[in-house]
Design a binder for this molecule. Structure first.
Ligand SMILES: C[S@@+](CC[C@H](N)C(=O)[O-])C[C@H]1O[C@@H](n2cnc3c(N)ncnc32)[C@H](O)[C@@H]1O
Length: 264
C-alpha cells in the first residue's frame, strides 16, 4: 500500500500501480481528483482533500501500514497551463492561485487589500524578493488607481519595478512575487509542516517517505523534519537533483530536490 499525497495528473501514481502497488491518492484540487477518478484505475482510491489530514484519511480509507508515501510538492503542469487558475505570469487570467477553489482568499484579494508593509514581508519572506519594498510600493500605488485583477497586470508591475530599479535578473521579474503569493494563498508551508509528522506512524518498518520540493523554503522544512525524526533513517545525505536529460525533457524539473527516508 502506498500514499501519493499529491496526485496531480497521476504520473507517479500510475508508475506505482504498474508495479503492483495499491494507492491512496490525495489532491486538494478537485480538477485533479475528478480527472483521475474518471480513469477508473484498478487498485486506486482517489480522495479530494488536503494532505495535512493524511492520518485521518488513512483510517477512513482503511490504509493501515503503508510501504511508501510520496509528496511531489508545488503546482501541477495542468494548474500552471490553465490561464483561468491564475498561477502563471506568462498566461493572462484572473489573479486567483487557489489550488482548492473552496479557499476564501485569492491572490487578488491579497494584493488589493493587504497593508503595504505586510505585502513587502510576504514578497521578502516567501519569495526571497530583493525588491520587495519597491514592489509593495508599486502594488499599493497601482491599486489606488485600479484594482489589480489579472496575472498580466501584476506581472507588468513587477517588470516595471525591475526596469526602473535597473536591476538585472535572469528570471522573469514576476517569478518571486508569484511564488510568494501562491505559498500564502494555499498555506503551502503550513500544510507541509502539519503533514510530515503524521507520516512517521503510517509507515511500516522499512517503508519509505519521499519528498520532492521545488524551493528552499519547502526543502528546509523537509530537512529539519528528517533531522528531528527519531523513527526515520535518512537515505539522502544531500538532496538529489534532476539529471541533465531530465531537465532537457522537463524544464520545470530543474529546481527539484528529492529527499528520502526509511522507517526504522
Ligand atoms: C507537482 S503536482 C503533482 C504532480 C504528480 N506527481 C503527477 O505525477 O502528475 C502537485 C499537486 O499537489 C497538489 N497539492 C499541493 N498541495 C496540496 C495539499 N496540501 N494537499 C493536497 N494536494 C496538494 C496540487 O494541487 C497539485 O495537483
Amino acid at each position: 500500500m502506498y500514499i501519493d499525497a499529491t496526485l496531480g495528473a497521476a504520473g507517479h501514481t500510475r508508475e506505482i500501480l504498474k508495479r503492483g502497488g495499491k494507492v491512496l491518492a490525495i489532491d486538494r484540487d478537485p480538477e485533479s481528483t475528478k480527472y483521475v477518478a474518471a480513469l477508473h484505475l484498478k487498485n486506486l482510491q482517489v480522495v479530494n482533500d488536503n494532505f495535512s489530514h493524511i492520518d485521518n484519511l488513512v483510517v477512513e480509507f482503511g490504509f493501515t501500514k503503508v510501504s511508501g508515501i510520496l509528496f511531489d510538492l508545488g503546482v501541477s503542469t495542468s494548474q500552471l497551463e490553465d490561464a483561468q487558475r491564475g498561477f502563471s505570469f506568462t498566461k493572462n487570467g484572473p489573479l486567483d492561485m487557489r489550488m482548492d477553489p473552496n479557499l476564501a482568499v485569492t491572490a487578488a484579494d491579497i494584493v488589493n487589500n493587504f497593508e503595504k508593509r505586510r505585502l513587502s514581508e510576504i514578497f521578502q519572506n516567501f519569495g526571497n524578493e530583493r525588491l520587495s519594498r519597491q514592489l509593495a510600493d508599486a502594488v499599493f500605488s497601482a491599486r489606488q488607481v485600479k484594482k489589480i485583477e489579472s496575472t498580466e497586470g501584476l506581472a507588468q508591475i513587477a517588470r516595471e519595478v525591475y526596469a526602473k530599479s535597473k536591476v538585472y535578473t535572469k528570471l522573469d521579474p514576476a517569478t518571486k512575487v508569484f511564488q510568494a503569493l501562491r505559498i500564502i494563498v494555499n498555506s503551502e508551508l503550513l500544510n507541509l509542516e502539519e503533514a510530515l509528522p503524521q507520516t512517521e506512524k503510517l509507515l511500516e518498518k522499512g517503508g519509505r517517505l519521499v519528498i520532492v520540493s521545488f524551493h528552499s523554503l519547502e526543502d528546509a522544512i523537509v530537512k529539519r523534519f528528517f533531522k528531528s525524526s527519531k523513527s526515520l533513517k535518512v537515505l539522502t545525505k544531500s538532496p538529489i537533483g534532476p539529471t541533465k536529460e531530465e531537465i532537457e525533457k522537463n524544464r520545470r524539473s530543474r529546481s527539484a530536490k528529492l529527499r528520502a527516508a526509511e522507517k526504522i
